[in-house]
Design a protein around this ligand. Sequence first.
Ligand code: ATP
Ligand code: FE
Length: 336
Amino acid sequence: VIILGIESSCDDTSAAVIRDGVLLSNVIASQQVHAEFGGVVPELASRAHQQNIVPVVDTALKRAGVAREELSAIGFTRGPGLLGSLLVGTSFAKGMSLGLRIPIVDVNHLHGHVLSHFIRRNEDDRVPEYPFICLLVSGGNSQIILVRNYNDMEILGQTIDDAAGEAFDKCAKVMGLPYPGGPHIDRLAAEGDPKRFRFAKPHIPGLDYSFSGLKTSFLYTLRDEIRKNPDFIEQNKADLAASLQRTIIEILMDKLDKAVRQTGVTTVAIGGGVSANSGVRDAVADYCSRRGLTAFIPERVFTTDNAAMVAIAAYYKYLDRQFCRYDEVPYARVKV
Ligand code: ATP
Ligand code: FE
């Protein structure tokens, strides 16, 4: 079975080819047009997808050494995401599959992030066993998910306001760092003192998250300090980043630990862009080794948006013959 996966939910155009669950190629074209706006501009994203999609798919097939005629099906991200962006991938998948007379498989982008752990580079690469807990932390979501099967996921907890990625990005913006700020905080944090500053942590019952209070607390700290010393940010960049990152990690780990204890599940995975963060990766790996749990930490290319995760999610649906009709349209919002 050979699946072409297409991802176009936000600002990355990506295509990947998977043969029997083993990755043959994964091509990602990131869009630079948004940098000067400090965030993704939907209309520009959609136009860039239109320019990128043909060469990206072409390159993915070439790198995989696969001819179009060999494809079994095309998987595409149907949502959630930016509608204009999703439309490009969806329309392309429909058109190409009609030409080739093969089925299309629609993929929930968040399922893709969770299932990224099933992408194998070699036949004998290990994959998680069900059930496992996945901490999905991305630009738009922060959720603790109980994954019983590729198509059976239960949200145990989720953010009631901002996502963890937004907390990184918004605080980074206040510090004057470029968008997206998450990777910049990660880099700066490596040289800073994580105990130097204290920021507010939420007190929310259950397994839900909240990050808006932290954001406000970060903002107020900066505002107060800048009054006393206009160069405060510049002089304390690394310590601010390290302290912010530590706080976010503590918030994430607190609820993750609760979820593990409540469910008794012994395998823990992380996914989504924030799982690229060095501190988050270390914290989860440490936690799991201390408690004798099996940890799944994805390769960094599979944490942010990519088509390999879409192709693998489509692969499992394909095996169950869960195809998508041609009158189905993309959706902007959905839960896992
Ligand atoms: P969603 O998947 O919820 O629709 P998205 O697709 O926009 O959202 P991703 O691409 O999975 O989100 O992740 C992007 C987010 O990950 C951004 O907020 C970015 O700052 C954050 N991020 C990426 N790398 C790092 C890092 N090293 N440290 C912290 N955050 C990071
Ligand atoms: Fe994503």
